[in-house]
Design a protein around this ligand. Sequence first.
Ligand code: F6P
Length: 345
Amino acid sequence: MKIALLTGGGDCPGLNAVIRAVVRRAHRHGLEVMGLRDGWKGLIDDQHFPLTRETTSGILHRGGTILGTSRTNPFKVPDGLEKLKRNVERNNLGAIVAIGGEGTLSAAARLSDLGLPIVGVPKTIDNDLGGTDFTFGFDTAVAIATEAIDRLHSTAEAHKRIIVCEVMGRHVGWIATYSGMAGGADVILVPEVPADLSRVAEHLQRRHASGRNFSIVVVAEGTKIKLDAASEEKLITSGALDEAGRPRLGGVGQLVANEIERLTGFETRVSVLGHIQRGGTPTAHDRVLATRFGVHACDMVAAREFGKMAALRGNQVVSVPLSEATKQLKRVDPELFDVAQVFFG
Ligand code: F6P
C-alpha cells in the first residue's frame, strides 16, 4: 500500500521528526510513502516526491518541513475536491497522513467523512487543538519565549523599565501562560481573559510603589483589549488577511506598551517574538513527541484505523476521532491561570 504524507498550516519545529518517523515505521510495515508538497495543495496539484529512509535521514533535528506547507483548503479551491479525489486514484493511494492544525485537520475530517482513508497528526505551537493534551511545537515555542523573557528581565532591570513581550497564540494563551510563568512575568495577558488596561496599569503602579521598579508583561497576540472598564474589548489586527482569509493579528504588544506608559508614566518598551517561536530546531521533548506521533500514525494506517488522529493522553499516545481535534478549541485551563495569577505584581 502507498501512503501520502502532507504538512499543512503554520510550520513548527518537529514536523520533520514526524515525517522521519512515519517513513521509518512504514518500512517496517512494507508500506511505500510519498511526500505531498505544500499541504493539501500538493494533492490537488499532484505535486509529490518519494520519501525513503535515505531522503528522510538527518532531518530529525531540522526545523520547518522538507515537504513545504500551505494553508490551502481543498473545499475552497475551484474543483479542488474533484482534483484531489482523482489524484488519490491516479497514485493508487491507500492512505493519507495529514499533519496539521485546526485548518488542516478540519479538511481532513471532512474528507474522511466523504470516505477518504485519512489519518491525522495534531500540530501547532499554540497547543489549541482538542483531543490531545499537547501538540508538538508547543514545548519549543515555550522554550524560545522563556529564553527571550529571561533576557528581557536583565535589560528591564538595568533601565528600570517595563517591557511588554508579545508572543504567538491566535485564539488561546497557552504559550503566554507557560512562558510567562516560566519566565517570572509580572502580568500575563491571554485571549481567554479580556485585558482591562486601566487595571493592568494600577497593578504595575502598586508593584513599582513597593520598590520593584521594573516589570515584564507577556501578552498573547490574540488577546482582546479593553482600554478601560467601560470600553468594548477588541482584537488588534494588522488590517491584512492571511492565506486562509483570516484577519492577520498584529499590534497588540505595541498598544499595550503605549497604554501602560501613558497611564503609569513608566518608560515602557515592547518586543514582538513573532515567527522566531516557530523557527529552528525542536526541543528534545518535541522531537520525542513528534516521533511517537509519527510511529503511531503509521501503525494506524497499517491497521486501517482511518478517520482518527494520533493524540497524547497523559503520557500515552492513543487514537481519537478527527472530529475531536476541531470540535472545540482547547483553551487555557482556568486552574492553571489562577496559579499564574498568584505571581502577578
Ligand atoms: O497557528 C500557529 C500560528 O503560529 C499562530 O500562533 C499565529 O497567529 C499564526 O500561526 C501565524 O500565521 P502565519 O505564519 O500564516 O502568519
